[in-house]
Write a protein that binds this ligand. Structure first.
Ligand SMILES: Cc1cc2nc3c(=O)[nH]c(=O)nc-3n(C[C@H](O)[C@H](O)[C@H](O)COP(=O)(O)OP(=O)(O)OC[C@H]3O[C@@H](n4cnc5c(N)ncnc54)[C@H](O)[C@@H]3O)c2cc1C
Length: 378
């Protein structure tokens, strides 16, 4: 079935807003009570062509630039952060690196189904003992005549249960350091692959967060993405793009929290509430400016890593701060379980952690600002 696709960020935003208001917002509380995004929502995303965003139409994608992706993720996150994160992970850290690093044969096999939404993408870098220092991962691979075999445990893999393709990072030998790490596209369901835990969380509860065990998982020769040994480079470049997406999700939560605050504050006209609203407005506007700037630079083909880190840091901080002020403004209603204000605060609190913590963004910013051009895309 071919669908009519919007042209330009404003049109994509309008499509995502309609979808969020019709299919997501009415069941946001239900999504918060589950540990996965319900099938009808996934179907709506698919029918709207959102799984193909940023992927050329020649690969069954929907086209669209970084500004379009940013607008869509923001609008979805205004409805449900979990839904937005499902799409952000699929697009930015699974489909985008396969598009960038894959051969045409790999794009045919792995990217085309992702672009159509026939499978959801996931990204497995983090391990129980390797998060911020991703280069210290210990999941191993060995080469075999029939391809490769992976062994290890991955932690906090989003979309881990429903994934149709997972980008897995593994090392030939930890003694080789960063140059020993390679990236593999792993179709779940392969022998030796299992989801060992579904993690319950403070926020983003409807987003699947999983622990994966790879117990001798066989990977075909065409499962190796990019040259052997370039895995960490692939992971870091995917994360840089991913941060524009995650910043957009955080911006959506910040906007939703601000809207909720205005709705509540109108009921009681007190000076301290006006101060919180004023500060929140400035936080929101600053975050929006940085997110737009990062997406614009990415679209222009300019270096954007510094801007992506700044956008991710400021937007996630804004989401937490505005959602927290929203709880204050709402008074006792603000802390009631099942209320909008408390859900937004719980969701917001996860954003300073995912795709690189606030401290790691500060490290990237400091490094790039003091040593410009030393690192790719800085
Ligand atoms: C909901 C959720 C979804 C996620 N989804 C995915 C996913 O799909 N795929 C994936 O691979 N990972 C995913 N992650 C993992 C996430 O990227 C990591 O949690 C994050 O990178 C931090 O790693 P860590 O939890 O091991 O913390 P650590 O690296 O152990 O850090 C602990 C604390 O120490 C600080 N710290 C660490 N190193 C430094 C340093 N050098 N200087 C200053 N401070 C430092 C950190 O900022 C943090 O506050 C997800 C996490 C969450 C919570």
């Amino acid at each position: 079935m071919s669908i009519e696709l919007p042209n330009g960020a404003a049109a994509w935003r309008a499509r995502a807003r309609r979808l969020a208001e019709r299919d997501v917002l009415p069941i946001a509380e239900e999504i918060d009570r589950t540990d996965r995004v319900p099938d009808p929502v996934v179907r709506a995303l698919r029918e709207a062509g959102l799984f193909g965003l940023g992927i050329p139409r020649s690969w069954d994608g929907s086209g669209g630039d970084a500004r379009s992706i940013s607008a869509v993720l923001e609008e979805l996150a205004r409805g449900s952060a979990a839904v937005a994160v499902l799409l952000a992970v699929h697009l930015s850290v699974c489909a985008a690196p396969i598009l960038e690093w894959g051969s045409d044969a790999q794009r045919e096999k792995y990217l085309r189904p992702l672009a159509r939404g026939d499978g959801i993408g996931a990204f497995a870098l983090t391990e129980p003992g390797a998060g911020s220092d991703a280069g210290s991962l210990t999941t191993r691979y060995v080469s075999e005549p029939s391809g490769y075999r992976l062994r290890g445990t991955k932690m906090f893999t989003s979309n881990g249960v429903s994934a149709g393709a997972i980008l897995v990072f593994a090392t030939r030998d930890p003694a080789l350091g960063h140059g020993g790490i390679s990236a593999f596209v792993v179709p779940p369901g392969t022998s030796g692959f299992s989801v060992s835990q579904r993690l319950d969380k403070l926020g983003l509860r409807g987003s699947e967060t999983t622990e994966l065990v790879l117990d001798g998982v066989p990977v075909a020769p065409d499962g190796l993405l990019g040259p052997e040994g370039s895995g960490l480079k692939i992971a870091l470049s995917a994360l840089a793009g991913g941060r524009v997406g995650i910043a957009s999700c955080a911006l959506g939560v910040a906007q939703a929290a601000f809207d909720e605050m205005l709705r509540t504050v109108r009921r009681a006209d007190e000076p301290w509430k006006r101060t919180l609203v004023a500060r929140s407005f400035i936080d929101l506007a600053s975050a929006r400016a940085l997110v737009d700037r990062a997406a614009e630079r990415k679209d222009a083909g300019a270096a954007f890593v510094t801007e992506a880190s700044a956008a991710k840091l400021v937007a996630s901080r804004a989401a937490v701060s505005i959602a927290s002020s929203g709880v204050d403004v709402a008074g006792p209603e603000g802390v009631r379980a099942g209320g909008v204000a408390e859900r937004l605060l719980r969701d917001a609190r996860v954003f300073p952690i995912v795709e690189g913590t606030t401290e790691i963004q500060e490290l990237i910013l400091g490094r790039n600002l003091l040593e410009p051009g030393r690192f790719p895309n800085s």
